[in-house]
Design a protein around this ligand. Structure first.
Ligand SMILES: N[C@@H](CCC(=O)N[C@@H](CS)C(=O)NCC(=O)O)C(=O)O
Length: 209
C-alpha cells in the first residue's frame, strides 16, 4: 500500500493530486514538516514523503515520476498514461525539461519569497528581494503562456506531470499574494486544472489535527 506523508497545504499536494489523477489507492498521513514522524522517515524533515512497501521516497517531483513510471497505464482519457512519457524517449526529455523549468522559474522563486517573508529568522531576511522575485514570476508566467499557446496542456493534448507542477506553483504564488497577472490563456488553463475533480479531492484531504 502507498502512504503519502505530509499536509496537503504544502508541496505534498502535488503527490496527492498525481495519485488522484492516476486513480491509485493510498493512505494519507497529514504531517507537518520537521514533525518527529517526518524526521524519522526523512532526516531533512521535509515533506512530501512517500512509502511504498519498504521503500521510503522523498521529493515531490521524484515521487511523481516514480508513480508515473510504476503505473504507466493509469490515468484518465485526457492524460498521457501515468501522466508520464516513457523513459528514454524524446517526449520524456521534453516533459522533464518542462518540469525542471517550472522548478527553476516558479518553485525556486516562490520559495525565495517565502524564505525572505517568514521562513528565515527575521535578521536574515532581505525584503528588498521580494519585488524582484514578483517581477520574475510575472515575466515567467508570460513565457509559460507563450509555451502553452492554445493547447489544453503544456505538452499538447494530454495532461502530464508538468501540468501538476504548473497548477500547484501558480496556485501557490497566487495564494501567497503575488499578482501573477496571468495572460488569458494561462488563466483559463489554471482554472481548468484547479477545477479538475482529482485536484479538488487532493485539496480536500484532512489537515493536521
Ligand atoms: N524539492 C522538495 C522540497 C521539499 C520541501 O522543502 N518541502 C517543504 C514543505 S512544502 C518542507 O518540508 N520544508 C521544511 C524544511 O525545509 O525544513 C520537494 O519538491 O519535495
Amino acid at each position: 500500500m502507498i502512504t503519502v506523508v505530509g499536509t496537503a497545504k504544502t508541496r505534498t499536494l502535488r503527490v496527492l493530486w498525481m495519485l488522484e489523477e492516476l486513480g491509485l489507492p493510498y493512505d494519507h498521513q497529514p504531517e507537518s514538516p520537521r514533525s518527529p514522524e517526518v524526521t524519522a522517515l526523512n532526516p531533512l524533515g521535509r515533506i512530501p514523503v512517500l512509502r511504498d512497501g519498504d521503500a521510503v521516497l522523498t521529493d515531490s517531483v521524484a515521487i511523481m515520476a516514480y508513480l508515473g513510471d510504476r503505473s504507466p497505464d493509469a490515468g484518465g482519457a485526457d492524460c498521457v498514461g501515468g501522466l508520464t512519457h516513457p523513459a528514454g524517449t524524446p517526449a520524456r526529455a521534453h516533459q522533464d525539461a518542462l518540469t525542471l523549468r517550472l522548478i527553476d522559474e516558479f518553485d525556486a522563486v516562490i520559495w525565495t519569497m517565502a524564505r525572505h517573508t517568514f521562513v528565515l529568522p527575521e535578521k536574515l531576511r532581505v525584503p528588498e528581494v521580494l519585488p524582484t522575485c514578483e517581477k520574475e514570476l510575472v515575466r515567467n508566467a508570460a513565457k509559460l503562456a507563450d509555451r502553452l499557446g492554445d493547447r489544453p496542456f503544456l505538452m499538447g493534448d494530454k495532461m502530464t506531470i508538468p501540468d501538476i507542477m504548473a497548477g500547484h506553483c501558480c496556485g501557490w504564488a497566487i495564494t501567497a499574494g503575488v499578482a501573477l497577472a496571468p495572460p488569458s490563456n494561462l488563466a483559463a488553463y489554471l482554472k481548468r486544472l484547479r477545477t479538475r475533480p482529482a485536484y479538488r479531492r487532493a485539496l480536500g484531504r484532512p489537515e493536521v489535527s
